[in-house]
Design a protein around this ligand. Structure first.
Ligand SMILES: Nc1ncnc2c1ncn2[C@@H]1O[C@H](COP(=O)(O)OP(=O)(O)OP(=O)(O)O)[C@@H](O)[C@H]1O
Ligand SMILES: [Mg+2]
Length: 351
């Protein structure tokens, strides 16, 4: 007879055993009996082993002699040392001559936490986007002035004037800043909202025709798997062009002149969404980086003048179309960017 069976009336134990969720009966800090779901969650293989164990082995923090009744979040630790987020509900269970016994029901909340992190990330992106848009707006006007006056001075100078080389540099750099500011403005808010039915396949082929001669693509094998009769979606063609260009250029930069890029389109659901997938055979993106790449100014391409705006702008555009963009590992070995766009999301997203 186990310790639990000695202390607790059988009928109570039988009832407790009907609990499907991971559950354990314990005194202030020692386990007495656990159900199968609890054992599976924490990787315990023998029922008898449970009565030799302490709650602190599985639930951290578990301050001894200071049991916290009610609901709380903690860290679960399985027998093999794996840690995961849990919610613990600890309640009094039974009172005997040896003292009070308690039961704790455990919920694995790893997925919930992950989802919360994603929500936070998305809120942060929205806030940063708004801020970035406002800053860009402030910068855009003085930059226009700088360019205007620099061009006026240039007109007054003869071509061989020694200052004109430097002036040319000023104009070039200020123009680059303006392009960045314009990109940010687009990211922060939709500047031109001209939604019309667009064919994503056409945009892809048109955009690729524009950039395929670029040296970035010269040694790259590209494959287009475009669903024929892909449904049209209500979208802003100019913005969607930007999305395609950003993803294609990122993929080409990732494969660095040699490798493969596959672009796939297909309809989803009952033709209520279209999906765009861009795969590459580059080095891929580590899980740590996957959380950061959509943030404005995040770049690993300082050496080649990357602004880190491509994906944040892309994210903003997809959101304005009521869609979703995700990144994962590609079957080609590199990164896979997956965009899902509802056919009429531009209206229902409230933008
Ligand atoms: N296909 C990809 N493979 C591997 N890493 C990628 C890929 N696409 C994006 N990244 C990573 O995400 C980062 C952010 O991309 P993003 O397009 O926003 O900026 P960027 O490409 O660095 O700069 P810019 O777009 O201004 O040239 C990149 O610096 C790179 O580290
Ligand atoms: Mg880029």
């Amino acid at each position: 007879m186990s310790v639990a069976e000695k202390l607790i009336p059988n009928v109570l134990l039988e009832h407790w055993r009907e609990i499907k969720e991971p559950s354990v009966i314990h005194d202030v800090d020692k386990c007495l009996v656990a159900n199968t779901a609890f054992m599976e969650l924490f990787g315990i293989t023998r029922h008898e082993a449970v009565s030799d164990m302490f709650m602190a082995q599985f639930i951290s923090p578990w301050p001894s002699y200071h049991l916290r009744l009610g609901v709380r979040q903690a860290l679960g630790r399985s027998i093999d040392g794996k840690e995961f987020d849990i919610e613990v509900i600890c309640l009094p269970f039974y009172s005997s001559d040896d003292g009070i016994l308690y039961q704790s029901i455990i919920r694995d909340i790893t997925r919930l936490k992950l989802w919360e992190d994603k929500m936070l990330q998305s809120e942060r992106l929205t806030a940063m986007g708004k801020l970035a848009g406002e800053i860009a707006h402030e910068i855009n006007n003085p930059l226009g002035g700088i360019l205007l006056y620099a061009n006026l001075v240039k007109e007054d100078l003869t071509k061989d004037h020694e200052a004109s080389v430097n002036l040319e540099k000023i104009i070039k750099l200020a123009t680059k800043c303006r392009i960045i500011a314009k990109g940010l403005l687009n990211f922060g808010r939709s500047s031109s909202r001209s939604y019309a039915p667009v064919d994503l396949n056409h945009i892809i082929t048109d955009m690729f025709a524009l950039i395929e001669d670029h040296k970035l693509f010269s040694g790259v094998k590209t494959k287009f798997i475009l669903e024929s009769e892909l449904p049209h979606l209500m979208g802003d063609r100019g913005q969607l062009e930007q999305v395609i260009i950003n993803l294609l250029i990122n993929a080409a930069e990732a494969v660095n002149g040699k490798g493969s890029i596959h672009v796939t389109t297909r309809s989803q659901g009952l033709r209520s969404n279209v999906e765009l997938i861009v795969d590459d055979s580059g080095p891929g993106i580590s899980e740590d980086l996957q959380l950061k790449i959509f943030e404005p100014f995040f770049t690993t391409k300082h050496h080649r003048g990357g602004t880190g705006l491509g994906l944040s702008i892309t994210h903003g555009i997809v959101q304005r179309h009521g869609g979703k963009i995700t990144v994962e590992s590609s079957p080609l070995g590199g990164a896979r960017f997956r965009i899902s766009l509802p056919l009429d999301g531009a209206y229902s997203s409230g933008s």
